[in-house]
Design a protein around this ligand. Structure first.
Ligand code: SIN
Length: 302
């Protein structure tokens, strides 16, 4: 999945001393030359945003940040969403959610198996997140190889390559996004789900969204949260969603991120979907996640 052709590798660009190195054919790039703790000027911030929209997911390596430094950086991207799951927020930084399998005093300190099904962050909410910023604090390793990779999919590459009859069926449709459906899928898959009290009413979103910056159309239907296509008979809806989900996970549409401690990974939730690989058992893994609301009017008013 991380294989990159010589043509893609040759696309490396330099903007204002920031080096941008694509990581896979469909999406993903590493940015070098940005030190978040030292401060990011407006020109650098514009380059970060440009790379984010162009590549969907970008990594800034070796960013050893305090929660407050992560929050200050995230606020430059837009308004931060404070999660309703307050029991797993970072102490003294309510804007950050702990993603972790670590148990303290008999209780998980964070969300366990948070990304174990393909999804895009907050799609079960009326106003989902536009961007996510995930900071790697503790990454498990076996034989010096990092575990717990996160895979990303380009929603535009998938849409552009879908068979015409499927594109036709979804281009004016709406997906039903559901946290309770997500919890049910997690339980069926033997993953840890967020507590059932965290359910929210189902919401409708367009099945296809035109990205407000790149203007590329992409799928906005996910394995993890889309319960149905609104208005279609159940079996037809399920069949269509399953077909799209299996089409979308072809290697050519993906980038697989291998984590290092200190990685600051930023992704665009309209341009991408993601899936976390839970291959680390009880080996401790901890990341701090921030959700940034959309500065664009993309979603329906509920
Ligand atoms: C998430 O989906 O929010 C978490 C991703 C991860 O744990 O790698």
């Amino acid at each position: 999945m991380n294989q990159i052709s010589p043509e893609i590798a040759g696309m490396q660009r330099n903007i204002d001393n920031i080096e941008i190195r694509p990581l896979a054919a469909a999406l993903g790039a590493e940015l070098r030359g940005v030190n978040v703790a030292a401060g990011v000027n407006d020109t650098q911030m514009a380059a970060v945003l440009d790379a984010l929209h162009t590549h969907g997911v970008i990594v800034l390596r070796d960013q050893h940040l305090t929660p407050q430094e992560q929050v200050a950086f995230c606020k430059r991207l837009g308004p931060m969403r404070v999660s309703f799951m307050t029991e797993v927020s970072v102490p003294d930084a309510p804007e950050l959610t702990i993603v972790s399998n670590i148990v303290k005093d008999g209780k998980p300190i964070g969300l366990v198996d948070a990304g174990a099904l393909w999804h895009t962050d907050g799609s079960y909410l009326p106003q989902p997140d536009m961007y996510t910023v995930l900071h790697a604090i503790q990454i498990p390793q076996r034989d010096n190889v990092a575990l717990g990779d996160t895979c990303f999919m380009s929603t535009a590459a998938v849409y552009e390559n879908l068979p015409a009859d499927i594109r036709e069926k979804i281009h004016n449709a709406q997906g039903v996004h559901s946290l309770s459906y997500h919890i049910q899928r997690k339980i069926e898959g033997n993953f840890k789900a967020p507590p059932a009290k965290d359910t929210k009413p189902d919401v409708l979103h367009p099945a296809v969204i035109e990205h407000p910056v790149t203007k590329r159309k992409g799928i906005y239907l996910t394995e993890g949260h889309t319960k149905a296509i609104h208005g279609l008979p159940d079996d037809e809806s399920r069949q269509l969603l399953d077909n799209i989900a299996s089409f979308a996970t072809q290697t050519k549409f993906l980038y697989r991120h291998k984590w290092r401690e200190g990685d600051l990974l930023i992704w665009d939730n309209i341009g991408t979907q993601h899936l976390a690989i839970t291959d680390y058992g009880n080996m401790p893994r901890r990341l701090h996640r921030a959700g940034i609301s959309s500065p664009f009017n993309i979603f329906m008013q509920h």
